[in-house]
Design a protein around this ligand. Structure first.
Ligand code: RIB
Ligand code: CA
Length: 314
């Protein structure tokens, strides 16, 4: 049976691939797409979500805009990585998919209450919407199967030496989610840096020969250019679909149990995820932490999903 999923995202090049994987893989029933400010402003991430749905032929999946700024801090965007539009690279047609009038948090709450079985939330941006859902609607937790988010790291950060971008943007939200008691899986940079869009991956995408695969390859080519320029990567780590892959095929993303704390006040370390992999602190486990990716299996699923959608849209 496909797993019911809501993806909460800030498209974002890798968010776009995560949405395609969630929509194109038969192991997932994509119930909704919600957007949050992060890689770019909410206006831009929401327009980008509509663009992705348009080119991927994702219809009948409600898209709702969420929080325009983090719970406490001012918004930090990643235009250096994702460009001024948040999805620089390919030219997109005018979006043919509109948003629903509900706020993302209201849509999530309604779907959770109405769906016949618990739903998996897959946040791939700052955790603002999800933290607000859990705070505003405590009853929602009982309807959530698990939260599998892309964010944090067991090692260094990518927005500061200590903090990964999604958690850096809204550390208070991440702290709320990790303290919620809902089953949480963290897919951090330590594992997403194993999801490299190598030239071989790009060639496989381009060989699919559909308009969608061409757009996907162009997105990753742009993403590769900024990762090369900023960090010297020879191939970009495509972070967000790793969280979706964990839901689709858990054996693709190996996890260990650990306590994860979020630094909220460190002068140099705000937004760091402090992952107690060896039980030093004696604090109780509050998360599954992804530590290894079967990259071949991962890319097979991503490319198959893009192919499925691309053939359907044609
Ligand atoms: O640190 C990587 C994360 O931040 C990814 O989700 C990327 O899309 C950005 O949101
Ligand atoms: Ca993202």
């Amino acid at each position: 049976m496909p797993v019911p999923v809501i993806i909460d995202c800030d498209p974002g090049h890798d968010d776009a691939v995560a949405v395609m994987l969630a929509a194109g893989d038969p192991a997932v029933e994509l119930l909704a797409i919600t957007t949050v400010a992060g890689n770019q402003t909410l206006e831009k991430t929401t327009l980008n979500a509509r663009r992705v749905c348009t080119v991927a032929g994702i219809t009948g999946v409600p898209v709702a805009a969420g929080c325009a700024r983090p719970l406490v801090r001012p918004l930090t965007v990643a235009d250096d990585v994702h460009g001024e539009s948040g999805l620089d690279g390919p030219r997109f047609p005018d979006p043919a998919v509109d948003i629903v009038p509900e706020h993302a948090v209201e849509l999530m709450h309604r779907i959770l209450a109405e769906h016949p079985e618990p739903v998996t939330l897959v946040p791939t941006g700052p955790l603002t919407n999800v933290a607000l859902l859990l705070t505003r609607y405590p009853d929602a937790a009982a309807h959530i199967r698990e939260i599998v988010f892309m964010g944090g790291s067991t090692e260094r950060g990518n927005r500061t030496p200590a903090a990964e971008f999604n958690v850096y943007v809204d550390p208070e939200a991440a702290d709320i989610v990790l303290g919620s008691g809902v089953p949480v899986t963290m897919c951090g940079l330590n594992v997403t840096h194993q999801a490299l869009a190598t030239p071989e991956v790009l060639a496989r995408l381009e060989a699919l020969g559909t308009e969608l695969s061409r757009i996907c390859a162009e997105l990753l080519t742009y993403f590769a250019s900024t990762y090369r320029q900023l960090w010297g990567f020879t191939a970009p780590p495509v972070h967000d679909p790793v969280a979706v892959a964990r839901v689709i095929d858990p054996e693709t993303v190996r996890c260990v149990d650990a306590h994860v704390a979020v630094e909220l006040s460190g002068r140099y370390t705000r937004g760091a995820t402090v992952v107690d992999l060896h039980g030093y602190t004696g604090r109780p486990v509050n998360a599954r932490v992804a530590v290894a990716l079967d990259a071949a299996r991962f890319w097979d699923r991503v490319i198959a999903a893009v192919d499925t959608l691309g053939r359907r849209v044609r």
